[in-house]
Design a protein around this ligand. Structure first.
Ligand code: PGA
Length: 247
């Protein structure tokens, strides 16, 4: 059984005052079955880790460098994330792929760095609107998966997030059939490459304009094991409603 996962990606949002949101969230999700994860900006990892000592909330980074330390000004390593209290890290988010020209092979190296530190990696894939319009969605996703996911994947160390680029922060979402088609495709690719046991145990998240109002229907789609949530994860009441819809 794959444990459902509600992952919140705060992106470049959040100051120390935002710790009141995590305090509220902790209270609201304390007895739900789904796993709840917040990936705050790196500056908030350590204070959040102190706040969530109960373990009711998992914490993650939003990116990591392939190296564990060294002369890389402004970067953060998987070791630093773990040291600050993270157990997860998002890699290959489309904003990183676009803003920092991250390639599949860079995402693969980052994933390996995360695994070397015992972090779970949430590897993001997704097509642009032009790619979907050209009927290239599955080819793009297949290529990203093959290039970004290292060979040592297991159900423990890997989560895959399907995030159509055109659905992120736009209020637009694919149809439920379109989400199901991509999630089934990702599942079959993972089973083919890693064997049925591993392929079936990896959790697949949908991301892109998930809100309290559409979460339940999206979670009803086959092979959707949770969500990667941006905007709606910033407010405890919205994010806890989404996490609760997974139960
Ligand atoms: P959104 O972002 O929920 O604000 O659309 C999702 C994401 O980028 O992970």
């Amino acid at each position: 059984m794959r444990r459902k996962l509600a992952a919140g990606n705060w992106k470049m949002n959040g100051l120390s005052a935002s710790l009141t949101e995590t305090a509220a969230l902790l209270a609201q999700v304390s007895d739900i079955r789904a796993e709840v994860l917040i990936c705050p900006p790196a500056t908030l990892l350590a204070p959040m880790a102190a706040q969530v000592r109960t373990g009711a909330l998992a914490l993650g980074g939003q990116d990591c460098h392939p190296a564990s330390s060294g002369a890389h000004t402004g970067d953060i390593s998987a070791q630093m994330l773990r040291d600050a209290g993270a157990t997860y890290v998002i890699v290959g988010h489309s904003e990183r792929r676009a803003d920092h020209a991250e390639t599949d092979s860079m995402v693969r190296s980052k994933t390996e760095a995360a695994w070397a530190e015992g972090l779970r990696a949430i590897v993001c894939v997704g097509e642009t609107e032009a790619e979907r319009d050209a009927d290239n969605t599955l080819a793009i996703i297949g290529g990203q998966l093959a290039g970004s996911v290292p060979d040592q994947a297991t159900g423990e160390n890997l989560v895959v997030a399907y995030e159509p680029v055109w659905a992120i922060g736009t209020g637009r979402t694919p149809t439920l059939d379109q989400i199901g088609e991509v999630h089934d495709f990702i599942r079959s690719r993972l089973e083919k490459r890693f064997g049925e046991g591993v392929g079936r145990s990896v959790r697949l998240l949908y991301g892109g304009s998930v809100k309290p109002g559409n979460a339940a229907e999206i979670f009803g789609v086959s092979n959707v094991d949770g969500a990667l949530v941006g905007g709606a994860s910033l407010k405890a009441s919205d994010f806890s409603a989404i996490a609760t819809a997974l139960d």
